[in-house]
Ligand binder design. Structure first.
Ligand SMILES: Cc1cc2nc3c(=O)[nH]c(=O)nc-3n(C[C@H](O)[C@H](O)[C@H](O)COP(=O)(O)OP(=O)(O)OC[C@H]3O[C@@H](n4cnc5c(N)ncnc54)[C@H](O)[C@@H]3O)c2cc1C
Length: 366
């Protein structure tokens, strides 16, 4: 195992069984291999068992941290399949859940956002209408920013039925569904997002999820946001280790950069930020069980704070690397670009403050 994964496991050993520690190391190895080549990460991690209920919430969070220490785009692929798509099926569509999704041989995408309705998905213009035969729903509308849509086998699509938010499992080969390219991004290049155009797509009635109202998609987001919070600590570990190694080797004014007190101060701050954030995440993840979710206000603190800490850490690490920090020899600049998307999706920092504001004051949130 690389030094990075050794460093990350220091935190794990007290909490995890030997089997779980071995499993996390396998997740790291598999993800690193997928980063180098065109392997299918969802399938590979599915074969390892990552999407099974036997994986504890803490172990799942740590697994996402391992994946994101390699690349946020790879973690995004896992989040949309598992934390969003599979979660929706496990909670609201058990009748639609098959082993193919659980073992990763089939993958899912999650289509909530629309061009004009990102932070406010309740305003969806995607319409579900019961067909005259009463056996199908006719679905029309447009979606934007659907990560991995083109490579997925099915999508969880959210829309409105008689004025209420509903969701359905929609196979990607459904007639009338077009999956279109979006403008090229500088961020998350390993998890491309697409737009969708749905023109009178006929969806079997049984493909509808058993949930009505905006709480359906919001509960999926709440689940996925905790995973994002864990994930970004992975990229923080990766940046920290690269920086630590570099400062030990870089000689400036006749001594290693790491020997200077100002550098040690900066490295200590970075290390403390990671450790304190991880302890908070570990505590709130304990609240998650098969029946219970972590309360949304705690998840908002987790997502918002993890991203902010990661942002501060990357900025400091990049500075300590000097000019070489913007080259492809180091992963920090790639992590910085990726983090720009990660801070935006699953609720921007502002949206999480508004969720918290509503929780604290009991006044209107948005
Ligand atoms: C790379 C990437 C992948 C994505 N993948 C998916 C996916 O797989 N599935 C999916 O459904 N979506 C996905 N998204 C969409 C993502 O969730 C949205 O981009 C996000 O919700 C923000 O919506 P928006 O882009 O429309 O921004 P807007 O909602 O237009 O927000 C713009 C600004 O307004 C602020 N703002 C919003 N509301 C308020 C308010 N009430 N008061 C003050 N300020 C406010 C925001 O904080 C932000 O700063 C993805 C996005 C990206 C960038």
């Amino acid at each position: 195992m690389s030094k990075l994964f050794d460093l990350m496991s220091v935190f794990n050993t007290e909490e995890l069984s030997k089997d779980e520690t071995f499993f996390l190391d396998e997740v790291s190895k598999t993800t690193s291999e997928c980063f180098k080549g065109p392997q299918n990460l969802v399938q590979s991690l599915g074969e390892l068992g990552l999407f099974q209920d036997s994986v504890s919430p803490l172990c799942y969070g740590l697994a996402l941290q391992r994946v994101e220490s390699v690349d946020s785009g790879l973690r995004s692929l896992i989040s949309v399949h598992s934390s969003l798509g599979l979660y929706a099926l496990k909670r609201y569509g058990k009748h639609l859940l098959t082993d193919d999704y659980l073992n990763g041989s089939k993958s899912l995408a999650f289509a909530l956002t629309e061009k004009d309705h990102g932070s406010n998905p309740a305003k969806t213009k995607t319409i579900f209408k019961l067909s005259s035969d009463k056996k199908t729903y006719e679905v029309s509308g447009e979606k934007a920013w659907v990560t991995n849509a083109k490579n997925s086998d099915a999508l969880i699509i959210w829309g409105s039925l008689d004025g209420e938010t509903v969701g359905a499992l929609v196979p990607t080969d459904t007639k009338g569904l077009e999956i279109l390219d979006m403008p090229k991004t500088y961020s998350l290049e390993l998890s491309k997002a697409y737009s969708l155009k749905l023109t009178k797509c006929l969806i079997p009635k049984e493909n509808l999820l058993n949930i009505k109202g905006i709480k359906g998609p919001l509960s999926c987001l709440n689940n996925a946001r905790l995973g994002v919070a864990w994930g970004v600590m992975g990229l923080s570990w990766s940046a920290f280790l690269e920086t630590l190694e570099y400062t030990k080797k870089r000689i400036l004014f006749d001594e290693p950069l790491a020997a200077k007190q100002i550098t040690q101060y900066k490295l200590s701050e970075i290390y403390a930020k990671i450790i304190e954030t991880q302890f908070f995440l570990k505590e709130i993840t304990k609240l998650k069980t098969a029946e219970k979710s972590v309360p949304p206000h705690l998840v908002s603190i987790a997502k918002m704070r993890s991203c902010e800490k990661a942002f501060e850490i990357l900025k400091e690490c990049r500075d300590l690397l000097g000019g070489i920090g913007v080259t492809e020899d180091f992963s920090i600049a790639r992590h910085m670009r990726n983090l720009e998307s990660v801070r935006t999706y699953e609720g921007t920092d502002t949206i999480h403050r508004l969720i918290l504001g509503g929780y604290i004051t009991k006044e209107k949130k948005f």
